[in-house]
Ligand binder design. Structure first.
Ligand SMILES: [Zn+2]
Length: 340
């Protein structure tokens, strides 16, 4: 099969489009022909060697995929020809977290694109209990990017922060995969969403998702504008994947007793924060990571009902290194989906 492999950590050019031995389904597994593989910021960090995960190249990247089962192991029950979403997790079902349904925290997870070969390839081998059959009526390509975007946003906003109708929500990186999902879920809940972007193109894109207000932080003061439009009160929930120096601004823009939900640190992994501001905020700083099967079922339903949509652009698999370059330049809106 054809696939993208990297042998050493480095820039986008270490991604090589090449021929790889075809995998085959072993007992308990199915082989999936990949229709689409979502490109995620995490992939860039894994490739660069900065993800903080224990990654051992050579590796095929790719956390998420949608495709068709083309082969089953001897005991497979799912039929060949079934379209499936491939779980970005391979949970053990046994550890204390899996027992509580928190597959995102599984202590023994073998995750595609991290601990084992992922979806940047024509074929991917997966345990049969780690695929979700797709209902008719779905846009398959959109499902190739639903997990790390809508899954993360649902878990962070609803499961973790418990956002309520009428609350005000600040979304950073609002044109990105998770950000544009958070705007839509915030709207669905009935929150007033303030979307933060850093360019005119991204501003135009997020306007199509109907947030309550959009701030281009390169043109306007973020904190000043938030306080102005919320009449001095600040937002109830900050949903942030930027971190770094933004953290303090986020606190300044947050209402007393608000919830700060951190799901990434693309703007800087280490930062100095004025802790006086933090403890006087009376707020809750919570982190979030991933999603549960319950969360995923909810967003799959919402997508089938066309109440949410993934904004995506399909690019050929062989152009993966260029896709990574564009992600690094921060010029992508929504998601890039690789098509083998
Ligand atoms: Zn587990």
């Amino acid at each position: 099969m054809k696939g993208i492999i990297f042998e050493t950590f480095g820039g986008p050019s270490v991604l090589t489009y090449t021929t790889i031995d075809d995998p085959h389904a072993k007992p308990g597994e199915v082989l999936v022909r990949v229709h689409g593989a979502g490109v995620n910021h995490l992939d860039l960090d894994i490739r660069a060697g900065t993800s903080g995960f224990d990654v051992s190249p050579p590796l095929v990247l790719g956390r998420e995929a949608v495709g068709t089962i083309v082969e089953g192991g001897p005991d497979a029950r799912t039929k060949v020809g079934t379209n499936v979403v491939v779980s970005a997790y391979r949970s053990c079902h046994r550890c204390e977290f899996c027992q509580r349904g928190l597959i995102n925290l599984c202590q023994n997870a073998i995750r595609p694109g991290i601990e084992t070969n992922g979806s940047y390839a024509e074929l991917i081998r997966v345990p049969e209990d780690q695929v979700y059959p797709v209902d008719d009526g779905h846009d398959l390509m959109a499902l190739a990017g639903i997990q790390l975007s809508f899954g993360t946003a649902w878990h962070g906003l609803i499961t973790r922060a418990g956002i309520q109708p009428g609350e005000t929500l600040l979304v950073t990186g609002a044109a990105g995969g998770v950000g544009h999902a958070a705007i839509q879920l915030g709207n669905l809940i009935g929150a007033r969403v303030i979307a933060v972007v850093g360019s005119a193109e991204k501003e135009a894109f997020v306007q199509t998702l109907n947030p309550w207000y959009v701030i281009n932080y390169k043109k306007h003061s973020l904190v000043g504008t938030v306080l102005e439009v919320t009449r001095g009160s600040g937002v109830d929930v900050v949903f942030d994947g930027v971190g770094g120096r933004f953290l303090e601004d986020g606190y300044s823009a947050m209402h007393r007793g608000g919830r700060y939900v951190l799901y990434g640190a693309h703007g800087g992994e280490s930062t100095l924060v004025n802790l006086i501001k933090v403890f006087r905020s009376y707020g809750t700083l919570m982190s979030t990571s991933g999603w549960t099967e319950h969360d995923l079922a909810r967003v799959l339903n919402l997508m089938l009902e066309k109440r949410i949509r993934l904004n995506y652009e399909v690019v050929p698999l062989e152009a993966a290194s260029n896709a990574h370059r564009r992600m690094e330049q921060s010029v992508v809106v929504g998601k890039l989906i690789l098509r083998p």
